[in-house]
Ligand binder design. Structure first.
Ligand code: GAL
Length: 426
């Protein structure tokens, strides 16, 4: 499968802090008095962060009524099919949440559902403030189609500090896969499910596999997999599958009944010890009033210290948007420094703009910003960036089957096949 990973190369330089010249915002632009904003941000942390974006928008463009069109389901698992039906039926929301890369360009731009907003990047500070490598992921034929609210890191392992301490477990700056399994065994012996998963939407388990795979193949291996240099039945991939199978022995028994945020809730309550999840989990801890490095801690998912799985959140402008001007104003607003500084500390992501006031961010965010500046940046397939939707779907199906049969060869063959089919549908 030859997938163009345009932002795989280390782009540390892009995280340099550029000078800010705030784009002038005109409240005139919100001439139409309504806007429908479509997203899947419904968990405690997600909703609070979305609300922060609304607050800034209302301040910058007073008098616009916001229709908050959310469809619950982490990772957009339930929202994306609803959106697809609306788009195909000619009934688009004005703007919708989308990941850059394949998802935005392949699912929404190629079929003609989006209006370009290139002009926004030419005005004021935007050209300098947004890393080009990320803007490129929303750009086709010289036209840009999205604005990023923030950039999540997908590959964290979160933990309940008190529970680990009680069981004589200390986690340092790094955790190897062997140390992780040793900790899991200790917890298992104490009758505690070590690994909290909420895969009522299978994407959360696929995310665990994504992180585990990166931990084995590394940033270069990730690039090789998506450029076709490494095959999906490579011994390294199979090694990751074996680890993933082993992890199932430590998972909470109620995993398939829980959503991702309910699993984080179990971690907060001390029912499970670890959870491998993107840093939207940080938003849940904060919303629950938990203190970083006191109540909860984090470390890179085993083996992924030098990589940063990008899960970025963008918004689009619908072609023939019912409320065009209010939507352009919304996009200007979420791209403003003010909005990025209000939203990201609550959401767990780091700002897409590089000219923010870093002192407004807590320790976790400082850690993630540093990782963004120094790690190998790789796109997520589970969140639509690295591969076409068909590959993502095939992977989810293969993960569902694997959790039951734990057959590494079948899993690997399914991915080889999915990669072949993705290539042929490009
Ligand atoms: C991701 C999204 C994040 C977060 C997460 C869980 O796809 O980029 O913002 O919402 O899903 O729902």
């Amino acid at each position: 499968m030859h997938l163009n990973l345009r932002f795989c190369s280390p782009i540390a330089a892009l995280a340099t802090v550029f000078a800010l010249v705030q784009a002038p915002l005109s409240s005139q632009a919100a001439g139409e008095k309504k806007i429908e904003i479509f997203s899947w941000w419904t968990s405690g942390g997600e909703a609070a962060a979305l609300d922060a974006l609304f607050t800034v928008y209302k301040k910058q463009y007073p008098g616009v009524e916001i229709i908050n069109a959310t469809v619950a389901g982490g990772g957009g698992s339930a929202a994306r099919p609803v959106l697809q039906t609306r788009l195909a039926g000619g009934n688009p929301p004005d703007t919708w949440q989308s990941h850059p890369g394949w998802e935005m360009l392949g699912q929404y731009v190629d079929p003609g559902y989006c209006e370009p907003i290139t002009e926004l990047y030419k005005s004021g500070s935007w050209e300098k403030a947004f890393p080009k490598a990320i803007v490129d992921l929303m750009t086709k034929d010289g036209k840009t189609y999205g604005v990023l609210a923030g950039v999540h890191r997908g590959n964290e392992l979160w933990y309940n500090k008190a529970l680990l301490e009680k069981n004589g477990i200390t986690v340092g700056d790094k955790l190897s896969i062997d140390e992780f399994f040793a900790d899991c065994d200790k917890l298992k012996a104490a009758g505690i499910p070590a690994l909290g998963v909420g895969d009522s939407g299978i994407w959360a388990s696929a995310q665990l596999f994504e992180n585990t795979l990166l931990g084995v193949v590394g940033g270069q291996g990730w690039k090789d997999l998506f450029s076709g240099k490494m095959q999906w039945d490579d011994p390294k991939v199979k090694q990751a599958m074996t680890y993933f199978a082993k992890m199932q022995d430590y998972v909470n028994p109620d995993h398939s009944a829980l959503s991702w945020d309910q699993a984080i809730g179990e971690l907060i309550e001390g029912k499970v010890a670890f959870s491998s999840m993107g840093d939207w989990a940080d938003g849940e801890f904060l919303k629950a009033g938990k203190k970083e490095n006191v109540d909860f801690g984090w470390v890179s998912h085993p083996g992924t210290d030098d990589s940063f799985i990008i899960v970025a959140d963008g918004f689009t402008l619908a072609k023939n948007a019912p409320h065009h001007d209010a939507t352009v104003a919304w996009l200007k607003s979420i791209g403003s420094k003010e909005a990025q500084e209000a939203f990201n500390p609550i959401k767990g992501s780091i700002p897409a703009r590089t000219d923010v006031d870093k002192s407004k961010f807590d320790k976790y965010h400082q850690w993630s910003m540093k990782s963004f500046a120094t790690a190998t940046l790789v796109p997520s397939w589970e969140h639509g960036e690295a591969a076409p939707a068909a590959f993502q779907q095939a992977l989810n199906d293969a993960v569902t089957a694997f959790i039951v049969d734990k057959n590494v060869d079948t899993f690997a063959s399914a991915l080889v096949q999915a990669a072949k089919e993705s290539e042929s549908t490009k």
